[in-house]
Design a binder for this molecule. Structure first.
Ligand SMILES: *Cc1c(COP(=O)(O)O)cnc(C)c1O
Length: 398
């Protein structure tokens, strides 16, 4: 089958025509180094300044509050390391986050823990939601940072960011949000939402890979994680990737313009997909049904392995993802699914389908049919399923 249905937009997105075209002149025509004093350099510097203003205005902040990074991971690292450095200077070494953050956040926190920081990971509950009250109760006199993701990359749940930000502001604690899945998909205004630091990444909203941005509220001193030249006002060394920065600005602008229109379209497709897949016996939707991204569908199926499901769907032309990433030989189930309380054996049988506005009803219907057939087939050859079906073992999912 030649058909390819791309349902892995939380992993990365196809670049938009607008973004590609915005990049092209900066490979050969305006290729200067923005740090150079000659005209060619100054043209590149103008582009850089234009892109910074564009990204800033789309987030509701000032251009000087934006630092370009190599992507979401670097922005997360830099935000957390910066807040920790400020905390350390003030003798505050407690950080609050959640158990289902992206590894760019969790692994940075683990590193800080080895350096004597105390980390509190809030319980996200079965629905995958944090409350502002939880955050308020966890904040202590020595808390230097609260870092909570805007929208979860696996189960799509959306946190009450403005309310959490208000709690942090009231208590005088820096609030960072990993908004990589939210930027370009949800309306963001860092001032109105009480956000002190925010990470975003272009390739999650139809921009190029390897470029992102970190917003840091003025007054908060940020630490360089890459040493070298004085680019980005000394906050991030290395010659700026002008084509990617221009592509990101164009993609971000385009995405922000169509947030409402895309959300309306995606919600219809998502709900159709959820309703269709829900007809499969012994499966469960992961993440709150309402407070989730219009693009996210994530299910666990009892008695199957997520990897097998993925490979068979790929044979049918469907690109999907499973939470149970097989990392370096060990089959660890997704930390996100474990955080919402799915038992190991159930977490292994997960499937994430993340949509884009280019998907069609026809593709959704074909996907429902394919998932149903494939789950049924995998169960028919599974010894685990045989034990469940014969009553030898009890179902976890009713
Ligand atoms: C993709 C992603 C990242 C990492 O972004 P990169 O640009 O790929 O480094 C971080 N956080 C979340 C929530 C993501 O989805």
């Amino acid at each position: 089958m030649d058909r390819q249905i791309y349902l892995d937009n939380a992993a990365t997105t196809k670049m938009s025509r607008t973004a590609i075209e915005a990049m092209l002149p900066y490979f050969d025509k305006t290729f200067g180094n923005p740090s150079s004093l000659h005209t060619a350099g100054q043209r590149a510097a103008e582009a850089l300044s234009y892109a910074r203003s564009k990204v800033a205005s789309l987030l509701g902040c000032e251009p000087r509050e934006i630092t370009f990074t190599s992507g979401g991971s670097e922005a997360d690292n830099q935000a957390i390391i910066s807040a920790a450095a400020i905390g350390e200077r003030q003798g505050k070494k407690h950080i609050i986050s959640t158990a289902f953050e992206h590894h760019a956040v969790l692994h940075t926190l683990e590193k800080l823990k080895k350096q004597g920081f105390e980390i509190t990971l809030l319980d996200v509950g079965e629905r995958g939601l944090i409350t502002p009250q939880q955050v308020g109760e966890a904040i202590r006199g020595d808390t230097c940072l609260v870092t909570i993701m805007y929208a979860n990359n696996e189960i799509g749940t959306i946190q009450p960011i403005a309310e959490i930000g208000a709690v942090c502001r009231e208590k005088g604690v820096i609030f960072h949000t990993d908004a990589v899945q939210a930027a370009g998909h949800i309306h963001i205004n860092v001032k109105q939402q009480n956000i002190d630091m925010l990470s975003l990444s272009a390739h999650k909203f139809h921009g190029p890979k390897g470029i992102g941005a970190l917003y840091v509220k003025k007054g908060i001193v940020i630490t360089s994680v890459i040493e070298g030249g004085a680019q980005e006002r000394g906050k991030r060394a290395g010659t700026e990737n002008i084509p990617a920065i221009m592509g990101m600005a164009a993609a971000f602008e385009e995405a922000c313009k169509s947030i409402d229109e895309n959300a309306a379209k995606l919600t219809v497709l998502r709900d159709r997909l959820i309703d269709g897949i829900s007809e499969i016996p012994h499966c469960i939707l992961n993440g709150d049904r309402e407070k989730r991204q219009p693009s996210n569908v994530n299910f666990c199926f009892e008695g199957i392995e997520g990897e097998s499901l993925l490979l068979l769907l790929d044979d049918k032309g469907i690109c999907a993802s499973s939470g149970s990433a097989c990392t370096s030989g060990s089959l660890d189930p997704s930390h996100v699914l474990l955080a919402i309380g799915r038992p190991h054996e159930v977490a292994h049988g997960s499937l994430r389908l993340s949509l884009s506005e280019e998907n069609t009803v026809d593709e959704i219907d074909y996907t429902i049919k394919s998932v149903k057939e494939t789950v049924e087939y995998l169960r028919s050859i599974s010894p685990v399923w045989r034990d469940l079906a014969s009553g030898k073992k009890e179902f976890v999912l009713k």
